[in-house]
Design a binder for this molecule. Structure first.
Ligand code: C2E
Ligand code: CA
Ligand code: CA
Ligand code: CA
Length: 275
């Protein structure tokens, strides 16, 4: 631990200073890390609930920090959003995910998380178009995941971006559904193809009857609105059975597969496209 050489005023809260320091260091490291290629994408499978057939892989970013080892996104995405660095990170994520997915079988989609800030502050449409063109990935194989946070501050412009993406054939998923402040009117106002039921409902499925009721209600909602439903955080066979019985279309979770680097996925290239 380095000495900070602070000439502490009595009213100066050292913990706040320490936090600001820590934050600053994280930001400096993050910039350097981007330049040095310390980020990596892990992928986690989404499978059909009934057959367990692989339908998509979700890209989840990881940071190999030279001193702290593997850092999870919860520890740096917020900072990247506050500093605007999420634009550069998000671009790298889209480029990398699309390039990697281009070598997978045609019926496996790639799902990419889009931060609300990335949505508001960058030209998402351009960034996505570039990633598709550079990788040669057909737009139908890309799925973007957005959270309700995007919708909270939405403007007409966002709606038009979503519609343009959809027109291109890109699927749009609403992530962490059921946790936020979502008004159900969002569901008809925005062109969603998929609802990802938040992990908390899967977790409490056995313990709490109301979670089962909520999952069933979401599945019915999804059906009437022609949206695919996905349950996140499936860790046990029992959960899978219950979700299947509730009529969930797809599942994702440690039971089916943990997030892993591309090299460990064992997605065999069904066809060796271009050499
Ligand atoms: P998320 O999009 O809801 O991603 C699911 C998180 O749940 C992942 O955590 C995943 O590892 C974890 N998970 C998956 N299955 C299970 C399970 O069965 N049990 C439990 N307990 N956890 C499970 P991760 O990778 O740490 O990501 C956390 C969050 O960080 C993500 O939540 C997402 O909001 C954000 N994030 C991750 N990667 C990216 C990215 O590339 N871009 C952006 N903008 N955000 C990302
Ligand atoms: Ca997600
Ligand atoms: Ca989620
Ligand atoms: Ca989440």
């Amino acid at each position: 631990i380095k000495g900070n050489g602070r000439n502490g005023f009595a009213f100066f809260d050292p913990s706040m200073a320490a936090q600001a320091d820590e934050r600053h260091r994280l930001e400096v490291d993050f910039r350097a890390g981007l330049a040095r290629g310390e980020f990596e994408l892990y992928y986690q499978p989404l499978v059909e609930a009934g057959t367990r057939r692989l339908r998509a892989m979700e890209a989840l970013v990881r940071w190999h920090h030279p001193d702290h080892g593997l850092v999870a996104p919860d520890r740096f995405i917020a900072m990247a959003e506050d500093t605007g660095l999420v634009g550069a990170l998000g671009e790298w994520i889209l480029q990398t995910a699309c390039a990697e997915a281009a070598s997978w079988p045609d019926d496996v989609k790639i799902a990419v998380n889009i931060s609300p800030v990335q949505f508001r502050k960058t030209n998402l449409l351009d960034v996505i178009m570039c990633a598709l063109v550079d990788s040669g990935l057909p737009p139908e194989r890309l799925e973007i995941e957005i959270t309700e946070r995007v919708l909270l501050e939405w403007e007409a412009e966002h709606l038009s971006t979503l519609h343009q993406l959809k027109t291109l054939g890109i699927a749009i998923a609403l992530d962490d559904f059921g946790t936020g402040y979502s008004s159900l009117s969002y569901l008809t106002a925005f062109p969603f193809d998929k609802l990802k039921i938040d992990r908390c409902f899967t977790r409490d499925l056995l313990a709490r009857d109301d979670c089962g009721a909520i999952v069933c209600a979401i599945v019915n909602l999804g059906r009437s609105l022609d949206m695919v439903t996905v349950a996140e955080g499936v860790e046990t066979e029992t959960q899978l059975q219950l979700l299947r019985a509730a009529g969930v279309d797809q599942v994702q979770g440690f039971l089916v597969g943990r997030p892993a680097p591309a090299a460990e996925l064992g997605i065999t290239m069904a066809r060796d496209g271009a050499a």
